[in-house]
Write a protein that binds this ligand. Structure first.
Ligand code: FAD
Ligand code: NDP
Length: 515
C-alpha cells in the first residue's frame, strides 16, 4: 500500500537537485516538489494538475522521442497529438464526405464529386493540436506545476535524471513519483523493410501530403479507425488482417463493423501476414504477404504502409531496475495494485504504461485524479475499471459498455443470459437512401428478473454519444426492466435501446419496422 495511505498524517517531503552540463553535472540550483510526474499525457497531466490544485508542489517531465520517421509533437501525450483528437477530427472529415453525398437528397445542389484536400484538413487538425499543446502549458503554469521538457530515467528510488534535447542533465528527486509514460506503436521488426518504409499512427496525422493508396496492417481499434477515415476521404485503402477484427470485443458486433467497412469501399486481405516491404523504382512500395489460408505468397503496391499492430509501453528507457520497480516480463508494463502503487510503495504508475489497465484516455485521467486525491488525503476512492465504456470510431461507430455476449455466456452460462437485439434504420438514412444493414443494437442481460444489464453494444451514428448515458445506468446496476421503463427521445437512434423487445432466444425477426 502507498506510504501516504499507510500514514495519513505524513507530510510529503521533497528533495531535488538540478545538475546542468551533461556528464560533468555541476549543481545549478535547488527545487522542492512533493510529487514528480514522468509523462505529460492524459494521465500524468491530470494527476499533476489535481495534486497542484490540492496544494502540493508538483513537477511534470515530458519528452517526445521522434518517431523513426522523424515526426514529433508537443505537450499532451498520445491522445492530444497522435491519438483521440486528430483521429476524431479526421473521422469527422470523412463523415462530412458521407453527408456531402447525402446532401442532394435533401435538396442541396452541390458539385459531385466534391474534391477533398488532405493538405488543408491536416493543417487545420495540426493547428488545433498545437493550440491544445499550448493550452496544456498554460494550464500547468496557472496551477504552478513546474514543467521540464526532459527525458527521464531513474537514478534511485527517489531520484530521476532528465536529459534535454541538447544533452543537458537535470537531477530531480521527490517523495512520490508517478510513472505515466504511456506507449508507442510497435513495428513488426521481423518484416523486412518494416521500419524503413512503413509509418505508424505516430506519423499519419502529421503527414502534410495525402498518404495515397494505403495498406493498413492490423485489425484492432487503430487499424480500423485509420482505414475507416482514409476510405472516407476517398483513398484506396486495404486492411491486412491476420486473424479476427477487434479482438476482445463482441465478435458479432466486430463482424458487422468490418462488413460495413467492406460494403463502403475498404478492401480486406483476411488471413494474411506481411513478409516484406521494398521500394520500386517508381517510388511505390511493394508489399509481399502470405495468404495463410491458401498457403501462398502475394504482392501488391501501395503509396503508404501503416503498421497498426499494437503498442509497446514506454518502460525500456526508464531504468526502472534502479528504483526497484517491477514490470510484467511479457508485456513490459509496470505492475500495479489497486492503489496504482508499483512494487515500490511511493512510486505509482497510471494509464497505458500500467499492466492490466484499459488503454483509454478517460481511464488514465480518472486514475490520475483519484491518485492525486489519495496522495493529498482528500479521498480514499480507488479507480473502478469495471464497465468502462468505449467507442471505436469506424465509419459506422461501435460503442459498448460491459460484457460482450461471449464473455457473458462464459461467465454466467448460456442458460442464464438473455440477449435483446434489433436491426434499426436511423431516420437520417431514409431520405438519403443510405443502407442500414449493419445498424444493430444488442443488450446482454441476466435472464433472471429483473434482468441485470451486463453489456450494451450499439452500432450506428454517434455511438459514443449514445453509449455514454447508458454507461451511467449500467454503472448504477440498471436492469432490463428499468431500461424498458425509460422513455425514449423521439426520433433518435438512442431510443431504439429503450425499445429492445426481441430476445435472441425467441428467434423472432429483430428488424425494427415503423417509426
Ligand atoms: P500518453 O498520453 O501516451 O502520455 C505519455 C507521455 O509521456 C508522452 O508525452 C510521452 O512522450 C512521455 N514520455 C514517455 N517516456 C518518457 C520519459 N522517459 N520521460 C519523459 N516523458 C516521457 N483513447 C480514447 O479514450 N479514445 C480514443 O478515441 C482514442 N483514440 C486513440 C487513437 C490512436 C491512434 C491511439 C494511438 C490511441 C488512442 N486512444 C484513445 C488511447 C489514448 O490515446 C491513450 O490511452 C492515452 O493517451 C494514454 O494516456 P497516458 O497518460 O497513459 O500516456
Ligand atoms: P491492439 O493491440 O488492440 O491490436 C493490434 C492488432 O494488430 C490486432 O488486430 C493484432 O492481431 C494485429 N497484429 C499484431 N501483431 C501483428 C503482426 N505481426 N502482423 C499482423 N497483425 C498483427 O492495438 P491497437 O494499436 O489497435 O490499439 C492499442 C490500444 O489503443 C487499444 O487497445 C485501445 O485501448 C487504444 N485505442 C483506443 C481507441 C478508442 O478509444 N477509440 C482508438 C485507438 C486506440 P491479432 O488479434 O491477431 O493479435
Amino acid at each position: 500500500m502507498a506510504a501516504a495511505l499507510r500514514s495519513p498524517g505524513a507530510r510529503f517531503r521533497w528533495r531535488a537537485r538540478a545538475l546542468w552540463g551533461g556528464a560533468r553535472g555541476a549543481a545549478a540550483g535547488q527545487q522542492d516538489y512533493d510529487l514528480l510526474v514522468i509523462g505529460g499525457g492524459s494521465g500524468g497531466l491530470a494527476c499533476a494538475k489535481e495534486a497542484a490544485q490540492l496544494g502540493k508542489k508538483v513537477a511534470v517531465v515530458d519528452y517526445v522521442e521522434p518517431s523513426p520517421r522523424g515526426t514529433t509533437w508537443g505537450l499532451g501525450g498520445t491522445c492530444v497529438n497522435v491519438g483521440c483528437i486528430p483521429k476524431k477530427l479526421m473521422h469527422q472529415a470523412a463523415l462530412l464526405g458521407t453527408m456531402i453525398r447525402d446532401a442532394p437528397h435533401y435538396g442541396w445542389e452541390l458539385a459531385q464529386p466534391t474534391p477533398h484536400s488532405w493538405r488543408k484538413m491536416a493543417e487545420a487538425v495540426q493547428n488545433h493540436v498545437k493550440s491544445l499543446n499550448w493550452g496544456h502549458r498554460v494550464q500547468l503554469q496557472d496551477r504552478k506545476v513546474k514543467y521540464f521538457n526532459i527525458k527521464a530515467s531513474f537514478v534511485n528510488k527517489h531520484t530521476v535524471r532528465g536529459v534535454t534535447k541538447d544533452g543537458k542533465e537535470t537531477l530531480l528527486s521527490a517523495e512520490h513519483i508517478v510513472i505515466a509514460t504511456g506507449g508507442r506503436p510497435r513495428y513488426p521488426m521481423h518484416v523486412e523493410g518494416a521500419l524503413e518504409y512503413g509509418i505508424t499512427s505516430d506519423d499519419i496525422f502529421w503527414l502534410k501530403e495525402s498518404p495515397g493508396k494505403t495498406l493498413v496492417v492490423g485489425a484492432s481499434y487503430v487499424a480500423l479507425e485509420c482505414a475507416g477515415f482514409l476510405t472516407g476521404l476517398g483513398l484506396d485503402t486495404t486492411i491486412m488482417m491476420r486473424s479476427i477484427p477487434l479482438r476482445g470485443f463482441d465478435q458479432q458486433m466486430s463482424s458487422l463493423v468490418t462488413e460495413h467497412m467492406a460494403a463502403h469501399g475498404t478492401r480486406f486481405l483476411r488471413g494474411c501476414i506481411p513478409l516484406r516491404v521494398g521500394r520500386l523504382p517508381d517510388g511505390q512500395l511493394q508489399v509481399t504477404w502470405e495468404d495463410l489460408t491458401a498457403s501462398k505468397e502475394n504482392t501488391g503496391t501501395f503509396d503508404t504502409v501503416l503498421w497498426a499492430v499494437g503498442r509497446a509501453p514506454e518502460t525500456g528507457s526508464l531504468a526502472l531496475e534502479k528504483a526497484g520497480v517491477s514490470t510484467d516480463p511479457h508485456s513490459q508494463k509496470v505492475l500495479v495494485d489497486a492503489q496504482e502503487a508499483t512494487s515500490v510503495p511511493h512510486i505509482f504508475a497510471i494509464g497505458d504504461v500500467a499492466e492490466g489497465r484499459p488503454e483509454l484516455t478517460p481511464t488514465a485521467v480518472m486514475a490520475g485524479k483519484l491518485l492525486a486525491q489519495r496522495l493529498c488525503h482528500q479521498s480514499s476512492d480507488l479507480m473502478d475499471y469495471d464497465n468502462v465504456p468505449t467507442t471505436v470510431f469506424t465509419p459506422l461507430e461501435y460503442g459498448c459498455v460491459g460484457l460482450s455476449e461471449e464473455a457473458a455466456v462464459a461467465r454466467h452460462g448460456q442458460e442464464h443470459v438473455e440477449v435483446y437485439h434489433a436491426y434499426y434504420k436511423p431516420l437520417e438514412f431514409t431520405v438519403a437512401e443510405r443502407d442500414a444493414s449493419q445498424c444493430y443494437i444488442k443488450m446482454v442481460c441476466l435472464r433472471e428478473p429483473p434482468q441485470l444489464v451486463l453489456g450494451l453494444h450499439f452500432l450506428g451514428p454517434n455511438a459514443g454519444e449514445v453509449t455514454q448515458g447508458f454507461a451511467l445506468g449500467i454503472k448504477c446496476g440498471t436492469s432490463y426492466q428499468q431500461v424498458m421503463r425509460t422513455v425514449g427521445i423521439h426520433p433518435t437512434c438512442a431510443e431504439e435501446v429503450a425499445k429492445l423487445r426481441i430476445s435472441k432466444r425467441s428467434g423472432l425477426d429483430p428488424t425494427v419496422t415503423g417509426c
